[in-house]
Ligand binder design. Sequence first.
Ligand code: G3P
Ligand code: CA
Length: 236
Amino acid sequence: MLIFSHRGYSGSYAENTMLAFEKAYEAGTDGIELDVQMTSDGTVVIFHDETLKRVCNLDKYVKDMHYEDLPLTADGLHHIPTLSQYLEWARDKDFTTNIEIKSSVIFYPGMEEKVGYLIRKYRLDEQVLISSFNPLSLLRMRDYAPHLPLGFLVGEYGMSGFDHLCSTYGFEYFHPDISIVTPELVESFHHRGIHVNTYTVNNEKEFLKAQKAGVDGIFTNIPETMKAIADQAATA
Ligand code: G3P
Ligand code: CA
């Protein structure tokens, strides 16, 4: 089972920062998950929320800020990284990056094209997986970068037919919230040749649930702890 570090090593370091990514890499993660939004000048930045309130204590939207005017994180210690900065760092390293296109609340015109361009520029096509809660963003990504694998994200709500939807549109991955994961759900995707990675798995109970269901990968804030739990489960 692959272990992806969710927003980097976000259980111990500031989420979606270069420090959190570096620490995830040092911990031997299989993959790094990160979120992208876009500033008013069209810079693709790594940031989870649409607004800067929670992380930077500033009551403004990312979309309304010029990249050069973005604040530091609230503790004053971290810059908001650009996707270019991250890809430059990741290009010579051997792990998968899951770029989540954040477009459910605000649709950023042209963001998918820019993400596809940057992945090509840094020659990371073989090491990137794109995901989104918004299937339109996935379909747009395919227009700009048809070779990149796509993952459809869903939340806690259950709905039948996601397996059919993924195979109809050729999405290679399904990323459900751990609360809706069951062995039957995972099997219905595997049956169609679709991989299942679940989020966010941060304790032993959730790990065992994911493992029992047969998922291919988990997203976690605490990659080292999850690795230890996985090793323990393997020898039990
Ligand atoms: O990609 C899995 C997970 O990151 C989706 O939820 O809100 O943490 O971006 P969220
Ligand atoms: Ca995410």
